[in-house]
Design a protein around this ligand. Structure first.
Ligand code: ADP
Length: 373
């Protein structure tokens, strides 16, 4: 910058740069710092005089530090842009050695005889923290919804467990009596009874295992999962305690469905919820009562889970706001089930929707990407 007639312009520009809320740092072609404004001083903990004349890499931790000289060289040689005019999230290094996330955008300033680069830097620590907090809260909500679903199911589950446990006790008693009184004539039948008892004990154990997994607090964890097994297990959980209500259940899966990259427990929560809603909807229903789950591949990259019921269909007032929280027609309903479902499905990069089922009832559709980008 020339001095003299431009003196006033220069000091005005400096004042503006110093008043900026973003850190502004200018470097030359070798990466040597020429300007370091006030906001940069506050952000990095250095006085301008400590940084000017040094390489800008002092302000970044590894691996950015080692990569930086290469970036500038490559850009000057070939025009390959890593950051110029694009902006990127990188990491800054303070004088005290601590690091913090920043958004950096760089522009190029071509002077008559040389090129300068100006970096505008925003500390995004607070934004990051807010984002992490939102994710945390969402996970908490999802977990609370799961616990509340379980609370509603608790008595039904106690009943469901009672059945195999009673059967275990009956089979074991019958076998014991047989061994006591038959003079051991029929060890074969006794052994069969004991086998049945052990099967029932395993069944009870399986119910408990499913439950424990379902209510446990887990960090979200995605893995390649078998969609049919995932959905089937969840649907069974949703049907717990409904055996006496005369509801027919079917699951149809297209052959050769691919594995999907999902958080299994969360997707199970969605399916359990939809099946439970279907069952609830047909509580006082005189017509046909059936829940039909269908799995299909709808495109090269997406699969669909459909949960249909033959109940009364969606009530008009909830239709438009179905997936919003606290929308419910049930006296004891919280109305958070479907909003949590949407939250989970969308966090998987999928979509959830509802429609009237042809022939009556409701159909919920979940389209899920096989693998998220
Ligand atoms: P809740 O079950 O606590 O009411 P949801 O968000 O799961 O909360 O459901 C919201 C509302 O959507 C229900 O109260 C009900 O009116 C309606 N709904 C959901 N599923 C069905 C269905 N299969 N058939 C009819 N109505 C349904």
């Amino acid at each position: 910058m020339s001095i003299g007639s431009n003196e006033e312009a220069r000091s005005r520009l400096e004042a503006i740069i110093d008043a900026a809320i973003f850190a502004i740092i200018t470097i030359d072609e070798r990466g040597v710092v020429e300007d370091f404004n006030r906001a940069a001083e506050a952000m990095f903990g250095y006085a301008s005089a400590e940084v000017v004349g040094r390489n800008v890499t002092a302000l970044m931790p590894e691996p950015y530090r080692s990569e930086h000289d290469g970036y500038i060289r490559r850009y000057l040689d070939s025009g390959t842009r890593q950051i110029i005019g694009i902006g990127r999230e990188v990491v800054g290094l303070r004088k005290d050695g601590s690091t913090f996330p920043v958004h950096l955008s760089v522009s190029e300033v071509r002077l008559a005889d040389r090129t300068l680069f100006t970096g505008i830097i925003e500390d995004i620590t607070a934004r990051r923290q807010a984002e992490e907090r939102v994710t945390e809260l969402q996970n908490e909500l999802i977990h609370v919804a799961r616990l509340s679903a379980m609370g509603e199911l608790a008595s039904a589950l106690a009943h469901e467990l009672n059945q195999p446990l009673t059967a275990v006790s009956n089979y074991a008693n019958a076998a014991r009596r047989m061994l006591d009184f038959s003079g051991n004539k029929d060890p074969h039948t006794a052994s069969e009874l004991l086998l049945k008892a052990s099967d029932q004990a395993l069944r009870a154990g399986e119910i408990i295992r499913r439950l424990r997994q379902f209510i446990e607090w887990g960090e979200t964890e995605r893995a390649w999962e078998d969609l049919q097994a995932t959905v089937e297990e969840a649907a069974q959980l949703g049907l717990v305690g409904t055996r006496s209500r005369g509801i027919a259940f079917s699951l149809n899966a297209e052959a050769d469905l691919p594995r999907v990259m999902i958080d299994r427990i969360q997707i199970q929560q969605v399916v359990q919820n939809l099946v439970r809603n279907a069952v609830d909807a047909m509580d006082d229903w005189d017509g046909e009562k059936s829940v039909e789950v269908t799995l299909s591949r709808i495109s090269a990259s997406r699969v669909e889970v459909a949960v249909a019921d033959t109940g009364p269909g969606l009530a008009k007032p909830v239709k438009a706001r179905l997936f919003e929280p606290f929308v419910t027609t049930k006296t004891n309903g919280m109305g958070i089930g479907l909003s949590v479902c949407r939250n989970i499905v969308e966090s998987h990069g999928g979509r959830i929707s509802a429609e009237d089922r042809r022939g009556g009832g409701t159909r919920f559709l979940i389209a899920l990407p096989i693998e998220q980008a």
